[in-house]
Design a protein around this ligand. Structure first.
Ligand code: GLN
Length: 472
């Protein structure tokens, strides 16, 4: 029931009200409380919105998303609603404005149902870093949903909303999408305004979607993308994408040898990817195998640059301006120290310290400047490859969802992002498609990456790949 935007539209056309749809989801969320996806259900404001949408439906003036119930990651601001980035440090804080992308959804009559659990300040790959507890993977409750947008992924996986928003700095949409069998789109850097997104690493962060289909990802992208005077890094023109169609035009896919044969890859995920390549080739598409020499540099480079940016972005949470303030502290300095020491969780503190270190005098050139140079090499090489190829095809994750507490070493955890950080480093759009099924019964994704601002190619190629894989 109500799996997609099209389902919702059909229901509304056949007389179901937006209120009925909203109540359906509110009840479903209540009966799935154990998954711990929602930090808060916006019951009152959602029903109010639904009533207003019903009035528009009556007069035939409803928007494209009339009655479409959407959840938002708890780092996206919605005026007069709480937002915490799943951190204690933002305790009690309410947004003073609405994120641009969210406003664009609301303007098309989407219903915003609640805020979704995530890793604290979007730092993590398993949702085990939230101050409000783990989110459970609905496919197997003993396993992680992935992170950091774990709540957003499971909300769509378990049918608790039709689509959700997440943010992806190094894989936080695509990795949980892979672990939960949902579609996770990270658009081109700057395609969607970041105004109203609580910043983690500003030159990497991008808002994106979890959906049950490519068509829904495309429609939401179309509605949300475009310039925004409140975000100077937003791309200045709207990106037009066409409805995904199965175009049997020959496409060129590049696969990186280093990615395909990466150490630690689950053998089933690897052989699935190979089988996809064979199918594409048998349909006349061109597969190019190329070398991408920077695979081992990607994760270290990502952590040097993102921690540097995070240490600066998170400096504003000082116990004075927002949220939690330690009451025992005496004086300004003590207030900063105690509020930050208690307000932030372990992983956030680790990253602030790492970021402060790489930016510090004497180390700046050795780490920060060097990482920026490697970032440019990655970007140039990626552009060069996509100049003669339509899509780069790769795994989304090295394996399937793992069990809680099974990855305790931070470096091991960071390697979960080995295939996803690439698109954030280079800024390209990328999507995880839930096409893999492991013998354990768990889903896993494959990842497609396209040229900057070419979501059109990305989504159309996705449709084509999905169709070829599903045809067997
Ligand atoms: N897992 C990565 C990290 O911990 C990515 C996070 C993200 O994309 N927000 O930084």
């Amino acid at each position: 029931m109500y799996q997609s935007i099209a389902d919702t539209r059909n229901a509304i056309q056949s007389g179901t009200s937006a209120c009925e749809i909203t109540i359906h989801f509110i009840e479903k969320i209540k009966s799935n409380k154990h998954l711990n996806c929602f930090l808060e259900v916006f019951e009152e404001s959602a029903l109010e919105q639904a009533k207003a949408v019903d009035a528009k439906i009556k007069s035939g003036t409803q928007g494209k998303l009339a009655g479409v119930v959407i959840g938002i990651k708890d780092n996206i601001c919605y005026k007069n609603h709480k937002v915490s980035a799943s951190s204690k440090i933002l305790e009690g804080f309410e947004s003073l404005f609405t994120a641009t992308v969210l406003q664009r959804l609301i303007d098309e009559d989407a219903i915003i149902i609640g805020r979704l659990n995530c890793d604290e300040f979007a730092m993590g790959s398993s949702n085990e870093n939230s101050a409000f507890g783990n989110v459970l993977n609905a496919a197997d409750n003993s396993r992680v949903p992935g992170g950091s947008s774990g709540g957003s992924a499971v909300a769509v996986q378990a049918g608790l909303c039709i689509a959700s928003l997440g943010s992806d700095t190094g894989g936080s949409i695509r990795q949980p999408a892979s672990f939960t069998g949902t579609y996770g789109l990270k658009p081109t850097y700057g395609a969607l305004s970041r105004y109203g997104l609580i910043a983690y690493a500003s030159s990497f962060d991008q808002i994106g979607t979890f959906t049950n289909s490519i068509e829904d990802a495309q429609l939401l992208f179309d509605i949300m993308n475009g310039p925004d005077e409140f975000d100077s890094t937003a791309i200045q023109q709207k990106i037009e994408s066409t409805a995904p169609a199965i175009i049997n035009q020959r496409k060129t896919f590049t696969v990186f040898n280093e990615y395909l044969h990466a150490e630690g890859m689950d053998p089933e995920c690897k052989s699935f990817l190979i089988s996809v390549l064979e199918k594409l080739e048998s349909k006349g598409h061109i597969i190019k195998y190329e070398s991408f020499p920077y695979l081992n540099e990607l994760v270290p480079l990502y952590y040097v640059l993102t921690t540097a940016e995070a240490s600066s972005n998170l400096a504003r949470f000082d116990g004075v301006h927002y949220g939690y303030r330690n009451q025992e502290a005496v004086g300004v300095e003590d207030t900063y120290v105690k509020s930050r020491s208690i307000g932030f969780g372990k992983e956030v503190k680790r990253r602030i310290m790492a970021g402060t270190f790489v930016l510090s005098h004497g180390y700046y050139d050795a780490y920060y400047t060097k990482a920026q140079k490697v970032r440019r090499l990655v970007r140039e090489k990626t552009n060069e490859i996509l100049a003669s190829s339509d899509i780069i095809l790769m795994p989304t994750t090295p394996g399937v969802a793992f069990e809680f507490n099974s990855v305790s070493d931070p470096l091991q955890m960071y390697l979960q992002d080995i295939f996803t950080v690439h698109a954030n480093i280079s800024g390209n759009p990328a999507i995880s498609l839930p096409l893999g099924k492991h013998s354990s019964g768990l889903p896993f994704g494959i990842q497609l990456m396209a040229n900057h601002k070419d979501e059109d190619m990305l989504l159309n190629a996705s449709k084509m790949v999905e169709d070829i894989v599903n045809a067997g």
